[in-house]
Design a protein around this ligand. Structure first.
Ligand code: UDP
Ligand code: MG
Length: 303
């Protein structure tokens, strides 16, 4: 059986189209369930889903107690899925449901355990595309994880892989990173990522930046390395500056003015503040993990 996990947040205008396209795509698939995780929508999303569920019990709904965010919503869906194969997709039709049967065929052949949607083309806004491409190249280089570039959430995994993914209990989660991290036999399937079907992106650019920094902090040492290299550069620079100052002092050759003093104070001050900020990020993350709060609360399940 196949489980399709879809997080939804204020997506009422496109749910019916989404459902039509999924059902059409999965016509030939004998058993499946579509798990919608309602991530605290304030519009009609839940009602539409409930009506659809009346007509088709393969539609399952998990209603979260409030908006917990994309990653928590997907996790809720994954933890409550029962299929042998589990697909993750966004609700906005940027991930074409028509690929699901192909992904299923690949996994059924037993040759692979994970199929990732590989975004060959992106028809999104220029700014978003630019931001995501910077992030992807930074992330794949600094995390050392294979096959992560140009893949996002859209994917299908076997139950075995799901168990591995769910064993990673970190609270600040980046699911594509976790999926790459667990390993197994992974492959990709290409598609072109369209604009979202309707409405504005539910993840604001700031939320995307937060997700990107969560990913970098959780899967790479890049922030710490930047600190270290900047620190070493500073040591070398100031060592040379120190020698210069000493020689000037001894020879009485060039009296140093207040500008050089101020520049070094400013420079050191700002570098130290930045480093403290980066350390603070690590402390915050450690704190979040040690608080060990549940990722989400479920108000009601319709399974
Ligand atoms: N989403 C969610 N909770 C949120 C924000 C988004 O469940 O707080 C869902 C949203 O309904 C969509 C998916 O996550 O199905 C991806 O959101 P969006 O399309 O806004 O993200 P983007 O495509 O910009 O990464
Ligand atoms: Mg989207």
């Amino acid at each position: 059986m196949l489980s399709v996990v879809i997080p939804v947040y204020n997506e009422s205008p496109l749910i019916l189209t989404l459902l039509d396209r999924i059902k059409e795509s999965l016509k030939e698939v004998p058993g499946y369930e579509i798990i919608f995780v309602n991530d605290g929508s304030s519009d009609n999303t839940l009602n539409i889903l409930l009506t659809e569920r009346e007509l088709d019990k393969r539609i399952k709904i998990i209603d979260l107690s409030r908006n917990f965010g994309h990653q928590a919503a997907i996790t809720a869906g994954l933890e409550n899925s029962s299929g042998d194969y589990i697909a993750i997709m966004d609700s906005d039709l940027q991930d074409p449901p028509e690929l699901l049967p192909k992904m299923l065929d690949i996994l059924r052949s037993k040759e692979f355990d994970v199929v990732n949607g590989f975004r060959e083309k992106r028809n999104e806004g220029v700014f978003r595309r630019w931001l995501t491409s910077i992030f992807h190249s930074l992330f794949s280089r600094s995390s050392g994880l294979q096959q992560i570039e140009n893949t996002g959430h859209f994917s299908m995994i076997t139950r075995e892989v799901l168990q591995a993914v769910l064993e990673i209990k970190e609270k600040v989660r980046y699911i594509p990173g976790i999926r790459a991290y667990v390993g197994y036999k992974q492959t990709t399937i290409s598609y072109s990522r369209d604009e979202r079907f309707s409405g504005d992106p539910k993840m604001a650019t700031t939320a995307l930046i937060k997700l990107a920094s969560d990913a970098l902090f959780a899967f790479s040492r890049l922030p710490l390395k930047i600190c270290l290299w900047l620190g070493i550069t500073g040591v070398v620079l100031f060592f040379m500056a120190g020698i210069y100052v000493l020689i000037s002092k001894i020879t009485g050759w060039a009296p140093l003015g207040w500008s050089s003093t101020l520049i070094s104070i400013y420079f050191l001050g700002s570098i130290q503040l930045t480093f403290m900020g980066i350390l603070g990020e690590y402390i915050y993350r450690t704190y979040k993990e040690s608080q060990n709060r549940p990722l989400y609360f479920i108000r009601e399940k319709f399974m």
